[in-house]
Design a protein around this ligand. Structure first.
Ligand SMILES: NC(=O)CC[C@H](N)C(=O)O
Length: 226
């Protein structure tokens, strides 16, 4: 029997509809059985993989806590395919800096420190096209240019400022200078894979190029198989 995945998108706050649209463009391309919004622990228990969208990480954490789903999210992200984008990446981290006074609840699934709003405020949002080796095996019919570069959208984005485990795979870094105040040879890390987790600080759901979604669906399809 062909394995299929039921993918959930955490729908408490932020850009969840856009992720659902991107995933829906992959129906018929990848083996997706369903794409659903997740707001309760029962809905979470019914999905094979989860996307935590961008938005406001403090609000998502607060709402999750009030809805009594925060510990279930912690448990889910320990073992099941989970992708955090932007605010979702912040939530998945072990530690966040430049948070509001008093800090914020995190899921502690990614052994790393992220810096909130590393690139400035909403008005400092930017896009950048970058060649992306991990997407090379995925063919793109939409959005990508002739070099197959992916167009990255950064909106009050976090950056990964330190990684605590050699198992964390670096997938995308920005060219030096972006979001950095001091000269450095290396640009900031903005996409990682760690075991069952994908963490990206940009918004792939805001472009018509669905290769990052396809990458995650393939991760989810591969999970648990030998
Ligand atoms: N676009 C975004 O998701 C922004 C995230 C925001 N900086 C936060 O702290 O949650």
């Amino acid at each position: 029997m062909v394995k299929t995945v039921r993918i959930g998108v955490l729908a408490l706050q932020g850009a969840f509809i856009e992720h659902i649209h991107s995933l829906n463009t992959l129906r018929g391309v990848e083996h997706i059985s369903d794409v659903v919004e997740v707001r309760t622990k029962e809905e979470l228990a019914g999905v094979d993989a989860l996307i935590i969208p961008g938005g406001e990480s403090t609000s998502i954490a607060l709402i999750a806590e009030r809805c009594g789903i925060l510990d279930d999210l912690r448990e889910f992200s320990r073992t099941k395919p989970t992708w955090g984008t932007c605010a979702g990446l912040i939530l998945l981290a072990k530690q966040a800096i430049h948070t509001k006074k008093g800090g914020q609840q995190l899921l502690n699934a990614l052994p790393m420190t992220v810096s909130r709003n590393q690139f400035g405020r909403q008005v400092d949002s930017f896009t950048i096209k970058l060649a992306t080796p991990c997407l090379e095996s995925i063919s793109s019919d939409k959005g990508a240019d002739s070099e197959n570069a992916f167009e990255y959208v950064f909106i009050r984005a976090p950056a990964i400022v330190s990684v605590d485990d050699p198992e964390v795979e670096s997938l995308v870094s920005l060219p030096p200078g972006y979001g950095q105040t001091e000269a450095s040879e290396n640009g900031l890390l903005v996409a990682v894979k760690y075991r069952n987790i994908l963490g990206t600080s940009f918004h792939p759901e805001l472009t018509s190029d669905n290769r990052w979604h396809q990458y995650f669906v393939r991760m989810a399809l591969g999970a648990g198989s030998a």
